[in-house]
Design a protein around this ligand. Structure first.
Ligand code: NAG
Ligand code: NAG
Ligand code: NAG
Ligand code: NAG
Ligand code: NAG
Length: 403
């Protein structure tokens, strides 16, 4: 799984390379101050400074796209994150031939696609304002264009739902989103009853609940409950005998949206399910090319496999980052003025605390058995970012922009 994601990282590289072939030389020029007639001789290769990049440049936006694709691709839980704006972007040129390390801070919005759908964030719509979940990701990204390496060593994100009190002021009747509140047993009831309805209509396959991933409720003419939940395949009645032979497989195959509402003590249940691409039982109506990565991997896959062999495979199983969910900002501690400003979206991402930097071994990314070490710095603080940051937001409602 992890090595696959590394492969796709590299594959994406060749795609990006085409798009950026015109852009990269430009940016490298600013790095090396090219164009000056005679570059001054540098007897001791001093480390390049950390460059602040303009957050709205297509150079930065192209990289941000791939950073976010790799973050989403690394995750097994939660919903695909989409880019709202680039908050900060730095480039740290490495030794000659080794490319650059990038330090990106991205303001993100949750979409309606589960990460297991493996859809590209560009093909996923963000949630409506009252159901928004927003936040910030920090990522360290490595690009070595000459060797077609695009690699995400680390990321971390922090998300919060949109302020419920602000929303209820604007829209008192909107469903209140309680993303992780499973305390009300009606949510589980909504999931099981709606899935039973789906199974009832399903001619062959039967599905069972893996877990509820989103809940909300609303008062219409009576209470209404909405849930999203992952499903896996389970035995059909007709299969009962052969069922025991099937290996226990809890891989989610799709996601369902169920609702249960009551009016005058009459229950009404609705359900729709979407199947993830690789397990789709029937071809979906939508474009199957959505988020399809290049199928022909022969060029890049081969060296990748060669490379993964000698390295510790256990090292690659370590997650590259995590997404932290915090409650909305309604209940932020107000009585503690003395403690100074508390960061609303704390995201920790430090591979080192040494201001001089630390070596980061990326030898396994290279074809040849050689030792290649990058210099990784502490994650740069927001204070020194470019004046051209943050970039413009796709959704610039202050309610869903990290401060
Ligand atoms: C960002 O870039 C887009 C496309 O180049 C441009 O239309 C827009 O005006 C830019 N916005 C800012 C704030 O620079
Ligand atoms: C599906 O693909 C076709 C051709 O590739 C394209 O014209 C069409 O816009 C796509 N539809 C969607 C919904 O992406
Ligand atoms: C994949 O690419 C290689 C070389 O580029 C080519 O020989 C091969 O036919 C391609 N395979 C497919 C399935 O396109
Ligand atoms: C990982 O590599 C180290 C030395 O590089 C070796 O001692 C260790 O046994 C390896 N672990 C695994 C699980 O291969
Ligand atoms: C990512 O965040 C977690 C806490 O959410 C922290 O334990 C971890 O050290 C962070 N990763 C890095 C590389 O800083």
């Amino acid at each position: 799984m992890k090595s696959l994601s590394t492969i796709s990282t590299v594959i994406l590289g060749s795609k990006l390379e085409m798009e950026m072939s015109l852009l990269l030389p430009l940016a490298l020029c600013t790095l090396a101050a090219c164009g000056s007639a005679a570059p001054p001789p540098q007897p001791t290769p001093s480390p390049s400074p950390l460059l602040s990049l303009a957050c709205n440049s297509s150079y930065v936006l192209d990289i941000a796209n791939f950073v976010l694709q790799d973050i989403n691709g690394d995750r097994e839980d939660g919903y695909v994150l989409s880019l709202n704006r680039v908050s900060d972007a730095r480039e740290h040129g490495q030794e000659a031939g080794l490319g650059s390390l990038f330090y990106f801070t991205l303001d993100v919005l949750e979409t309606g696609c589960h990460v297991l759908s493996r859809r590209s964030w560009k093909n996923c719509g963000v949630r409506t304002l009252h159901k928004s979940v927003y936040g910030q990701c920090k990522a360290i990204f490595y690009i070595n264009k000459a060797r077609r390496i695009f690699y995400l060593p680390a990321y971390n994100c922090t998300l919060r739902p949109v302020s419920r009190s602000e929303i209820s002021m604007m829209c008192p009747d909107c469903p209140s989103s309680s993303p992780y509140d499973l305390s009300d047993p009606r949510f589980l009831e909504t999931a099981t009853e709606s899935l039973a309805k789906y199974n009832n209509k399903s001619p062959s396959k039967q599905y069972s609940l893996v877990k509820i991933t989103k809940t909300s409720s609303q008062w219409v003419f009576g209470p209404a409950y909405f849930v999203e939940y992952l499903i896996k395949e389970s035995c059909t009645k007709s299969q009962a005998s052969s069922c025991a032979l099937q290996p226990p497989n809890s891989v989610p195959v799709g996601i369902c949206h169920g609702s249960l509402s009551e009016q005058d003590s009459e229950k009404s249940v609705s359900v729709t399910c979407d199947f993830f691409k690789s397990q789709a039982p029937t071809p979906r109506g939508e474009n199957s090319t959505v988020d399809q990565r290049p199928v022909n991997l022969s060029k890049v896959e081969e060296p990748q496999q060669k490379n993964t062999a000698p390295t510790n495979s256990s090292a690659k199983a370590v997650p590259k980052g995590s997404v932290q969910y915090l409650p909305d900002l309604d209940n932020k501690p107000k009585g503690s003025q003395g403690t100074g400003p508390v960061e609303a979206f704390p995201v920790q991402l430090d591979l080192t605390t040494d201001p001089q930097g630390e070596p980061l071994d990326v030898s396994f990314l290279f074809l040849e058995p050689m030792e290649e070490k990058l210099v990784v710095l502490p994650f740069p603080s927001k204070e020194q970012r470019s004046a051209e940051c943050p970039g413009p937001a796709q959704e610039d409602n202050p309610l869903i922009l990290p401060p």
